[in-house]
Design a protein around this ligand. Structure first.
Ligand code: ASP
Ligand code: MG
Length: 412
């Protein structure tokens, strides 16, 4: 008998019919003898609708404490509906808000962090044979204020509960049947991965794959909670995300290819090549609360150098204004910017034990005559910045070069 935490996202509880389907599913698990804790999101679109209402009465700037009081109600509706649907089917069930469980968080409204979970009540209910349905996305601070965990935060609730209860698995049910080698909309030959490590998933998520909230993956890795991503209404094994990194011959070197179009590039040219210049350039950028991703500094020429970095596209205008100011102060030659870029990354723990992965990547891009503008590497990732219009071509070429394409289907 296992203890399983199952999280159902907004689309999976988006209508009454779907909530009933979820209840049927939970009932089946129950009949197998497993103990089940279910975490649900609000019905799809509901959180957005509530935020919109809040904006209307507050000139787009809702007071964070009150916003949390309101947006936490979306999940309060779905936990009750699911508990009712279960009880109707003869499955004893009880629903709890974050406050009722006591999911204790810090007090940073709309982006609170979980500090502690009181599992006593849940354990007692499980022992009494009940399915426990918990509201995702919310908690309560020391003072009793309702808090929320940031968009997509129900994933984190699921993982945190699984960690607190030492569950055998945390299953994340969603509208895709697992984690893919890359976005199937870009590469039709993308394949579902049976397994991926926390580290790889974290890279995939922070590089743009949107299956799981990043924080939930960090949490799962930290507490070693086996996570499985599955389709809510289709059968299948899904993708298991774990710690283990077994070395097998069949294990591919690269697990996936991530990409994003959300960045922009800024270059300051002809800055003096003296100590402190990088700080003079990036200090004001970080003081303006702009996050920098990739950074490249060229080898100096005539005692001056060029310095390039990328920021989120939304921050491009602000970063440009700051940089132009810095350029005047440093007597730089010019500042140039480019928003037509994209970042493509190959991710895989197999890189640790294989040489030549980066050159294989560069070769594949060269064959398509795609110019690489910037490169950055880490232990399990190589990222390049290229011109945006070549993004899809690059992803497809890399998917093939690293043997990730699904085998062609046999004609039936
Ligand atoms: N309902 C919240 C949101 O839409 C939390 C979640 O769904 O994970 O962001
Ligand atoms: Mg979600």
């Amino acid at each position: 008998m296992a203890l399983i935490v199952q999280k159902f996202g907004g689309t999976s509880v988006g209508t009454v019919e779907r909530i009933q389907q979820v209840a049927e599913k939970v009932k089946k698990f129950r009949e197998n003898g497993d103990d089940i804790v279910v975490v649900v999101s609000a019905m799809s679109g509901e959180t957005n609708r509530l935020i919109e209402l809040a904006k209307q009465v507050s000139d787009d700037q809702p007071v964070p404490r009150e916003l949390d009081v309101m947006i936490s109600t979306g999940e309060q509706v779905t936990i009750a509906l699911l508990a009712m649907a279960l009880i109707k089917r003869g499955v004893p069930a009880v629903s709890y808000t974050g406050n009722q469980v006591r999911i204790l968080t810090d007090n940073s409204h709309t982006k609170a962090r979980i500090l502690q979970i009181d599992d006593a009540k849940i354990r007692a209910d499980l022992k009494a044979g009940r399915v426990v349905v918990v509201a995702g996305f919310q908690g309560v601070d020391e003072q009793g204020n309702i808090t929320t965990l940031g968009r997509g935060g129900s994933d984190t609730t699921g993982v945190a509960l699984a960690a607190a209860l030492k569950a055998d698995e945390c299953q994340i049910y969603t509208d895709v049947d697992g984690v893919y080698t890359t976005d199937p909309r870009v590469v039709p030959k993308a394949q579902r991965l049976d397994k991926i490590t926390f580290e790889e998933m974290l890279e995939m998520a922070s590089l743009g794959s949107k299956v799981l909230q990043i924080r939930s993956v960090e949490f799962a890795g930290k507490y070693n909670v086996p996570l499985r991503v599955l389709h809510s209404f289709q059968e299948g094994p899904g993708t298991l995300i774990t710690l283990d990194e077994e070395e097998s011959m069949e294990q591919p070197i690269i697990s996936g290819i991530a990409f994003n179009r959300d960045e922009a590039k800024l270059t300051i040219r002809g800055v003096p090549d003296i100590p402190g210049v990088a700080f003079k350039i990036l200090g004001p950028i970080s003081a303006a609360n702009i996050e920098v991703d990739m950074i490249v500094q060229n080898v100096a020429h005539d005692n001056t150098t060029d310095f390039t970095f990328t920021v989120h596209r939304n921050d491009y205008q602000a970063a440009m204004a700051v940089l132009e100011n810095t350029a005047r102060e440093l007597g730089a030659r010019e500042v140039i910017g480019d928003t037509n870029i994209a970042k493509v990354s190959i991710v895989g723990v197999g890189m640790r034990s294989h040489a030549g992965v980066a050159s294989r990547m560069f070769e594949a891009l060269a064959k398509e005559t795609i110019n690489i503008q910037m490169i950055s590497t880490s232990e399990i990732k190589v990222s390049v910045v290229i011109e945006e219009k070549y993004l899809e071509l690059a992803v497809r070429a890399l998917h093939t070069a690293f043997d990730l394409d699904a085998p062609a289907r046999q004609a039936e």
